[in-house]
Design a protein around this ligand. Sequence first.
Ligand code: IDP
Ligand code: MG
Length: 150
Amino acid sequence: MANEKTYAMLKPGVLERKIVGEIISRFEKKGLRIAALKLRKIPRELCEQHYAEHKDKPFFSELVNYVTGGPVVTMVISGEEAISTVRKICGATKPAEAAPGTIRGDYGAVVTKNVIHASDSPESAAREIKLFFETEEVIDYPTGDETYLV
Ligand code: IDP
Ligand code: MG
């Protein structure tokens, strides 16, 4: 077991549909903790850097257009095995393949608009947290987890 931090981002449709609270509460209920949280419109260049691994894919410009087309919620989520746990809570990339009970399985319909991004590895998490947050914006604080989770 390892305490980890991961980066997650609610895509613009979540703001339009007013389901920010519903989505974030899934992480809180699991025992994970919000370590940083911001609502913002991200510049195109930052979005392209974030998704750099996909720059040669046919869907790249559609994805960047979508994610920069409205506000997003950027977050750092921390907790035990946070990187893999958050990915599991999000579900498979394609909403049609995402299991019911996962965020993408419950709220997604189309792959570009698949509700949420989450880091896929420790290396991605470190890179993405650094891209979106200053060190002092990521906050450690006690939650009393040990009284009911550990
Ligand atoms: P992930 O978000 O589950 O890590 P990635 O393969 O890293 O999935 O792709 C990044 C994002 O690009 C996805 O969340 C999705 O919105 C979009 N995407 C991935 N594959 C496709 C595709 O085949 N067509 C259109 N969009 C895609
Ligand atoms: Mg990915």
